[in-house]
Write a protein that binds this ligand. Structure first.
Ligand SMILES: Cc1ncc(COP(=O)(O)O)c(C=O)c1O
Length: 405
């Protein structure tokens, strides 16, 4: 059973010294009396407290006749655990976190992105900062929450895709003096679509901005494909930045996009705020059961072997693409499970129209679907190609070779 309440916060000096959760989080959210779940107080005995269906589910067996008993262990007629403490324990071990109270579970990282807007940004007043080219959901969620976005493009020179830290900090400081302060920053590392890790020193420099009172979010959806020593978890665990939130997911490295399990990692204080705001039973029992299995010792062995295979396929795909004369460059560092390939024209310059034609032709004629990213900042004429099985990589290279002759 989970402990009743998070452990008291370490009585250390807050870091950064100027930062205060009371100023980072909306007042109505801080004042929230969270919904209490049916099982918060008692969860043993004859359970007639949550208006569940005592007869159980009505799923037929595969042959369509009797009730399927293969799901009995899932207790499908009961509401799921509101905390999923056992799952958090495994994630804590995997990510080397001090406590389960450093972890929040969301319906994919996409739910976490939305919740962060809801806890941090007063609609039609506060703003959020993103660094294009980046993941599109930050802006979608901003719009849903009536939050304006400020853009400071990555430095795209030579495919570097690095945050312009000085410009970001100048923007944050100026906004802090305005009526529309920035309360949320999304940094994507490794980036989508850039495939590039953000140096931890860049993140530190933003976390330390003395004028900035909001949250710095590092989206590490693709961290399992990168050098994990570059994860921002280090900044939380070893350096204690209270204004930092890291997002991870089981959708990519663990190959479990369908179960929708995303993770936020932060201080217990901030995690408690996310828990207060979430829907009471956001993570389903089937999701939690599958995630627990994926995080078992056997599951982790397969996970690590799959990551190694995909990284080897990434190297293969990069080599094959680089050898094609019409692929001008592979911008980005290739730290994720995809590559950016820049398509050139007859004149040897990036050719957006050609890239788009190749993309459409492959999708419609060859049933090979990649993503055209040529309209993103610094991604002119780029296709984003997910690293698939070796056979899938061979097929995409074969099609590109033919179409770019
Ligand atoms: C950078 C980034 N963050 C978050 C997500 C969403 O992840 P999830 O499946 O956990 O919602 C994606 C999905 O493609 C992504 O590219």
């Amino acid at each position: 059973m989970p402990p009743a309440a998070p452990p008291p916060l370490a009585p250390t000096k807050p870091k950064p010294a100027h930062w205060n959760i009371d100023r980072a989080i909306r007042k109505n959210i801080l004042a929230l009396a969270p919904y209490r779940c049916a099982r918060d107080d008692y969860d043993q005995g004859i359970l007639l407290d949550a208006n569940e269906n005592a007869l159980g589910h009505a799923l037929p067996a595969q042959n369509g006749s009797a009730i399927d008993t293969s799901f009995d262990h899932l207790d499908l007629h009961r509401y799921p655990s509101p905390t999923h403490y056992d799952l958090k324990q495994r994630l804590r071990e995997l990510r080397g976190l001090p406590s389960e109270h450093n972890l929040f579970l969301g319906v994919g990282s996409d739910e976490v992105i939305d919740l962060l807007f809801r806890i941090a940004c007063v609609p039609a007043k506060d703003r959020a900062l993103v660094c294009p080219p980046t993941y599109g959901m930050y802006s979608v969620c901003a719009q849903v929450n009536d939050v304006d976005i400020v853009k400071v493009n990555l430095d795209v020179e030579g495919g570097a895709f690095r945050p312009k830290v000085d410009e970001i900090n100048r923007t944050l400081s100026a906004a802090a003096k305005s009526d529309n302060p920035i309360k949320l920053i999304y940094l994507c590392s490794p980036g989508n679509p850039t495939g590039t890790l953000i140096p931890l020193d860049d993140v530190r420099a933003i976390l330390a901005n003395p004028d900035y009172e909001g949250l710095v979010v590092v989206d590490e959806a693709y961290i399992d494909f990168a050098d994990k020593s570059k994860s921002a978890v280090e900044l939380l665990v070893n350096e204690g930045w209270s204004n930092l939130v890291i997002m991870q997911t089981l959708s990519k490295g663990f190959g479990l996009a369908a179960i929708r399990l995303g993770i936020a990692i932060s201080s217990p204080e901030l995690i408690q705020v996310l828990n207060n705001v979430k829907a009471p039973y956001n993570i389903s029992t089937p999701t939690a059961t599958l995630a627990l299995r994926a995080l078992s010792p056997e599951g982790l062995t397969t996970f690590r072997s799959n990551i190694a295979t995909l990284i080897s396929n990434r190297t293969y795909l990069a080599e094959q693409l680089a050898a094609l004369p019409a692929i001008l460059a592979l911008p980005g560092a290739g730290d994720a499970n995809f590559l950016l390939a820049q398509v050139g024209g007859e004149d040897g310059k990036p050719d957006n129209e050609r890239a788009k034609r190749v993309y459409t032709h492959m999708a419609e004629q060859d049933q090979v679907v990649v993503r055209f990213r040529g309209n993103e900042v610094g991604c002119e004429a780029c296709l984003r190609i997910t690293v698939g099985t070796r056979q899938e990589c061979e097929r995409v290279v074969e099609r590109l070779t033919e179409l770019l002759k």
